[in-house]
Write a protein that binds this ligand. Structure first.
Ligand code: SAH
Ligand code: SF4
Ligand code: F3S
Length: 465
């Protein structure tokens, strides 16, 4: 198997297909459902870019759409139930609207057993299915599905592709996600991502910097660099460079005021990177440091390649170098073989690190992963009882940490009006906290200083200085 870097000719071919579709479909409406992580969101923005080039207009009423795309995630089981429910709903809709084109792509499309299931139960009304490695081929597949009225299923089983210069239509005009690498080589034993996203492959630094420069020119203020393990960025390039070096070049781009990155793997967090974050004001001091479990035993079975002690040492080292750092994390409870003692180790790390926010997940068995075959699966009752305790602890810490912010001054990037209260502006702190405050619309898109006046658990209230 191999990694394919697309040629300009292949991209041009797709541009020709975009024109052909535009001739047939200009003015029609489209809708995209996006599940999963920021990488998928970024890929939906690329799909939107291509679809807009093909003359379609976005609608947020899916029932009105002539083209509906499901960009799927398969990291946990509940996503499967959701998508099957949605497809059932559209099956009924399509009875009255037979020309509606329905497509499915993303991570689930790379799972052979799911594709089989989709074909069996929804084969009649799904017009096209394509995988994560041939997203760029979408215009061609759509054209054939429409013009030749043929069902298009095209999924590549390979290590992956790198496709540059795909049109993109971004959600926000203020902050943007930039994917710096695709795939994952870590094979954590619970995780499906390496199987559906292929091997690690880095984009050329030049291409990334050009993208960020363009965003800066367009007025974007915040950039999030994305990859499944950004700390191994650049190792596979012909001229290898470190993630820290890439980040250093991004910092130098004028106009970008805040830079975030997700996710770094704790096993590869270098001193070079810590020093850079400490030194550069533009780099967010909120670091996502995925824990997964606090038990060394479980971490070993998870194939995470660090112990509880090494993780805590790293967190302490970062705290020393960056005293105002905030940590966020991901935690899984109920991994096979997790005992009460193991779970208490996780609770202990949460108490010690005092995460500012934590995404907590109940372990979900994934077909094809080593953990799925482990014999000591934990009972569902125990899993839900444990996640309940964990969420309570995380929330208590969140409130205590929020309380500490009351009275402080925070730099906030103003994103727009608050959805709940249209008279208030809303933005995010460096730590990613939502702050609502009164102010003029001219502030939207700017970084402002706010005094935090109140904390309401899920958001803060602030006042302009
Ligand atoms: N590459 C990123 C995370 C990708 S998936 C990283 O390593 O941090 C996002 C999160 O989903 C993971 O951090 C993990 O906490 C969770 N996750 C992955 N597989 C899971 C599974 N089988 N069951 C429950 N949670 C899972
Ligand atoms: Fe999954 Fe682990 Fe890769 Fe993250 S690092 S995507 S958890 S295999
Ligand atoms: Fe889900 Fe795929 Fe992201 S499985 S978490 S959408 S990489």
């Amino acid at each position: 198997m191999a990694i394919k870097v697309l040629t300009e000719q292949e991209i041009d071919e797709q541009k020709q297909y975009m024109k052909k579709v535009a001739n047939l479909m200009a003015g029609k409406k489209y809708h995209i459902y996006t599940m999963g992580c920021q990488l998928n969101e970024n890929e939906s923005e690329k799909l939107s870019g291509m679809i807009s080039e093909m003359g379609y207009i976005f609608t947020d009423v899916p029932e009105e759409a002539d083209l509906v795309i499901f960009n799927t995630c398969c990291v946990r089981e509940n996503a499967e139930d959701k998508i099957l429910g949605q497809l059932g709903y559209f099956k009924a809709l399509k009875r009255n609207k037979p020309d509606m084109v329905i497509g499915l792509c993303g991570c689930m499309a790379q799972e052979p057993h799911m594709v089989e299931k989709f074909n069996k139960t929804h084969g009649q009304h799904l017009n096209l299915i394509f995988g994560t490695h041939n997203l760029y081929q979408f215009p061609e597949l759509l054209y054939k599905a429409i013009n030749e009225n043929e069902k298009m299923i095209e999924i590549w089983d390979m290590d992956g592709t790198i496709a540059e210069d795909i049109p993109i239509k971004r959600e926000s005009k203020i902050k943007a996600n930039v994917t710096i690498m695709y795939g994952c080589n870590n094979f954590c034993s619970y995780c499906i991502v390496p199987y559906v996203r292929g091997r690690e492959r880095s984009r050329e630094p030049k291409k990334i910097l050009e993208e960020v420069q363009k965003l800066a020119k367009e007025g974007y203020k915040e950039i999030t660099l994305l990859g499944q393990n950004v700390n191994s960025y650049g190792k596979d390039l012909e001229n290898p460079i470190t993630f820290a070096k890439l980040l250093e070049s991004v910092v130098k781009i004028d106009g970008i005021e805040r830079i975030r990155f997700v996710s770094p793997h704790p096993k590869d967090f270098s001193d070079e990177l810590i020093e850079l974050i400490a030194r550069e004001e533009k780099i967010s001091k909120c670091i996502h440091l995925p824990l997964q479990s606090g038990s060394t035993e479980i971490l070993k079975k998870m194939n995470r390649k660090y112990t509880k002690e090494q993780y805590l040492e790293l967190a302490n080292k970062i705290k020393k170098a960056i005293p105002n750092v905030l940590f966020t994390t991901d935690i899984i409870v109920g991994f096979p073989g997790e005992t009460e003692e193991d779970f208490l180790e996780t609770m202990d790390v949460v108490r010690k690190v005092r995460y500012y926010s934590a995404f907590t997940f109940v372990y979900s068995r994934r077909v094809g992963t080593p953990a799925d075959k482990m014999l000591d699966q934990v009972d569902e009752d125990i899993k839900s009882e444990r996640i309940g305790r964990l969420i309570n602890l995380v929330n208590d810490i969140l409130e205590e940490e929020n309380e500490k912010l009351v009275g402080t001054v925070q730099k906030v990037l103003v994103e727009g009006y608050s959805e709940k209260n249209k008279d208030m502006l809303t933005g995010r702190t460096d730590g990613g906290k939502v702050v609502n405050f009164e102010g003029d619309s001219s502030l939207i898109g700017n970084m402002v200083e706010l005094k935090i006046t109140e904390q309401r658990k899920w958001y803060l209230a602030g006042k302009l200085l």
